[in-house]
Design a protein around this ligand. Structure first.
Ligand code: CMP
Length: 507
């Protein structure tokens, strides 16, 4: 090092080469090692690499005679030293633990630009030490300026567009945007840097859109002015179903879909009449734009189940029709199959297995099957209802909300189990909310069918009252932590219930 300083009398070069520049570089790298934590620590390798290369070039330069090669090596060595110092300072100011105490996190684009300036300034200072002033450099050659200007045109365009995006904030990281007609390219902004904006689509594909392009196209921002976005799905109803009835069914079906907002409320309108039927437009609000596909699907599913329960078929487009005349025998065979299946299901309910075969068969004939979607509420606590449900396929969860408290799960029921008997048989309001945990096919027995059964088998009422009394005791024990009732108390309750059933069914 001493040899270098002797043969190179330039005072600036001497202090830098001889030690102060290198020592400052080493000290800064030590400071970085102390103050940089986490993944940003990996960035230390760059100033370190520049410092090492700087020393390597100095060593290479030593044996060379004076001349252009020696001067060039000196210039590059200086540039590397200034880059190392500049970069270390930049990292200390923007990424260290210290800086986080005093400064909010800066947007990536500003960091990128400042990072670029570190090299530009290092280059200009290195030139300065060689006696070339930056003004001379650009004014000296109009051709050079033109070449640089032309080659940087797009890059500078993107840079300034990026700065404009930060100044105007038409979108921010995390927003869902659409920047062209292709809806598959709607995505969430994950990064805005000095050149481009990165957008992650729902297919988990990253699109890098140059900022210049974004500055020239209209951008649809689905996350502004607020995260709430309206979605629309269309459904067709047959002409023989009154539109107002269909709309009421659909509105009721939209309640309780997780992710579909209750406020602003969904709306259903008749949007047209076409060859398929009455076109119904269903609008609802969500605040999780990324889940829009899943939520639209959930809405369509709910509508399907609700319409199916009301016997309303979604019409298909008219096509060539092939008429197949089902013979009377076919129809009655199908009907018999349905009744036999429902009769078997009734046989699984402990109080119906006591019924004489003929009465059970009649009851099966009067019952109907209904489908419910996953998560759909079948009966709601405190509401009125006079239907009893038997699970043919699927599973449900029974939840009870004590006054002013969150619902508590009290039971899970599967195929062969029944529920809804408490309200259906006594006329009281529902004691619990029963929700489908999977798609459910249920056998539904209404009050009229039950009344007929009690007429033919009055003794059944007693058996039923005993079952209900046992269930209610179980409920009180689990929920209200009442001690298990004595058999005498259950018998008394059962007697009381029997009176209520008799009253309710005018027996
Ligand atoms: P109902 O009150 O008509 O409506 C809610 C139904 O949940 C209720 O009838 C019972 O069928 C059912 N239910 C309530 N508590 C329990 C329980 N502890 N175990 C099983 N089912 C229950």
């Amino acid at each position: 090092m001493l040899a270098v300083s002797l043969e190179d009398p330039d005072p600036l070069a001497w202090t830098l080469y001889g030690g102060k520049g290198t020592i400052a570089g080493v000290i800064l790298i030590f400071l970085l090692l102390i103050f940089l934590t986490g993944p940003t620590r990996r960035k230390i390798r760059w100033p370190l690499l520049y410092l090492v290369l700087h020393l390597v070039l100095l060593a290479l330069r030593l044996p060379l005679p004076d001349g252009p090669l020696r001067a060039t090596l000196k210039f590059i060595a200086l540039f590397l030293l200034f880059s190392s110092l500049g970069l270390s300072l930049f990292l200390l100011i923007t990424s260290s633990r210290l800086s986080r105490l005093f400064m909010p996190a800066l947007p990536q684009i500003f960091l990128d630009i400042a990072h670029g300036f570190v090299y530009v300034i290092a280059f200009l200072i290195a030139l300065g030490t060689e006696g070339v002033s930056p003004a001379e450099l650009f004014a000296g050659s109009a051709l050079l300026t033109a070449v640089i200007g032309l080659s940087l045109r797009d890059t500078l365009g993107n840079l300034f567009a990026g700065l404009a995006i930060h100044a105007q904030r038409p979108f921010e990281v995390g927003d869902w945007i659409q920047f062209n007609q292709d809806v598959t390219q709607i995505g969430q902004v994950v990064e805005i840097n000095w050149r481009a904006t990165k957008v992650l689509t729902q297919d988990r594909i990253e699109i890098v859109v140059p900022n210049g392009l974004l500055a020239q196209t209209p951008i649809i921002n689905y996350s502004r002015p607020e995260a709430t976005a309206r979605r629309t799905v269309y459904v067709h109803a047959p002409y023989d179903a009154p539109p107002q009835q269909v709309k009421a069914i659909i509105l009721a079906a939209l309640a309780d879909i997780p992710g579909v907002l209750a406020e602003p409320a969904p709306s259903v309108t008749t949007s047209g009449f076409d060859e398929r039927g009455v076109q119904i437009c269903v609008r609802f609000f969500i605040n999780e734009f990324g889940a829009r596909g899943k939520l639209e699907s959930a809405v369509r599913d709910r509508i399907w189940y609700a319409l199916a329960r009301h016997g309303i078929d979604i019409p298909v487009p008219p096509r060539a029709v092939r008429v197949h005349k089902a013979g009377k025998r076919d129809v009655s065979r199908r009907e018999e199959g349905r009744i036999a299946r429902q009769e078997r299901a009734l046989g699984c309910v402990d109080f119906f297995d006591q019924l004489p075969d003929a009465a059970r068969r009649r009851l099966a004939g009067r019952a109907q099957t209904r489908l419910y979607a996953q998560h759909e509420v079948i009966v709601r606590q405190a509401e009125k209802g006079d239907e009893l449900f038997i699970i043919l396929v699927g599973a449900v969860v029974v939840e009870v909300a004590p006054p002013g408290e969150e619902p508590v799960e009290v039971s899970r029921l599967g195929p062969g189990n029944f529920f809804g008997e408490m309200a259906a048989l006594t006329g009281e309001t529902r004691r619990a909310t029963v929700r489908a945990t999977r798609e459910c096919e249920l056998l539904v027995v209404g009050k009229a069918a039950l009344a007929e059964v009690f007429e033919t088998s009055p003794e059944l009422a007693e058996h039923v009252s005993q079952t209900i009394a046992r269930r209610q005791a179980n409920l009180n024990e689990q929920l209200l932590e009442h001690p298990a009732p004595t058999p005498h108390a259950v018998a008394e309750h059962s007697h009381h219930l029997l009176q209520r059933i008799k009253e309710f069914f005018s027996m």
